[in-house]
Design a protein around this ligand. Sequence first.
Ligand code: SF4
Length: 322
Amino acid sequence: MNNNVLKHISEDYNVVFACVVDANIRRLNSIVKQSRKDYYGPTDRLVFFIPEEKYEISDYGDHLSRIQEALNIADISNCFVIIVSNSANIAQEIIDVTRVISYDPTPMNYFKDNKIVSGHPLQKKTLHCHDKYNFPNSDAFCVFPWIGIVITRDGKFQVCCGSNDTIGNFNIHEHSLNEVLDSDYMMNLRQQFVQGKKPIACSKCWDDEQNGKPSKRSDTLDSVVTYEDILLGSRWTKEKNQLHILDLKYHEKVNWDEYLNGHLDHVRVIEFRGHGNIDIIKKIIQLGIASDVKIVYNRVESLSDEEKSLWIYFKEIIGAKP
Ligand code: SF4
């Protein structure tokens, strides 16, 4: 995959996924199906790279037909597609394939001579997410090290559940949350993102993106509008931001009111893994921010009736029917 081309396209469009098309039609169908969204924004694009080997006339339309069939199955309009190909005939191929097998009369777009050629009007991003929130100008930027924390099942800490590392040797019994968030580990992680580096602890995200799949990083960037009022005007330095995402896997008794004191004021998403936590739920209500907070459960069987009765105060409950 040509990263420069991808970067160029990403400057004007939200690349939902990008993949190189090979002869494995089942794999292609599966990638397209898995990446399908119920709704595509006007600047969302799916990018398909047709391999760059010397183009043979006998290949005419082959790869494009595979792409078109996958789009037909997933019911995705051609207008969200950009083809990157070195075929001299790409424009005519698109017309032919669209006419013969497409469910959608709209031709796909294609990338040629450093620009996107389109059979229909294109809407470009008016304001980049990076510009809007003043993110460092890097395609590998992630907001988690500034706004998220995971407290693991054994009382340690992670920057997010996708990371393959814990934050130093910190644990909930011996260290405050400020010590963790202000630690050298977190400062260093933030600095790497500011410098456009790809931390090793985040290899799952890099692998997903390399394979053309949405990553936890990209999904989170797509949803930052949830925190827009807080993120606007933020400075992205080595220092922490306000905590917006708390992922709690730890189940032992802790004085949460004291431990999280001052950290819940701007929280927007709380994920409870395995158990709920009525102390935290009550604290959020007491802070008067429950109507802005989304709670995500992965198990609800053991929740008390009292905890369930408080769901009415929250913006959204996911993983359970209130
Ligand atoms: S890049 Fe991925 S693994 Fe790393 S902090 Fe962001 S979401 Fe987590």
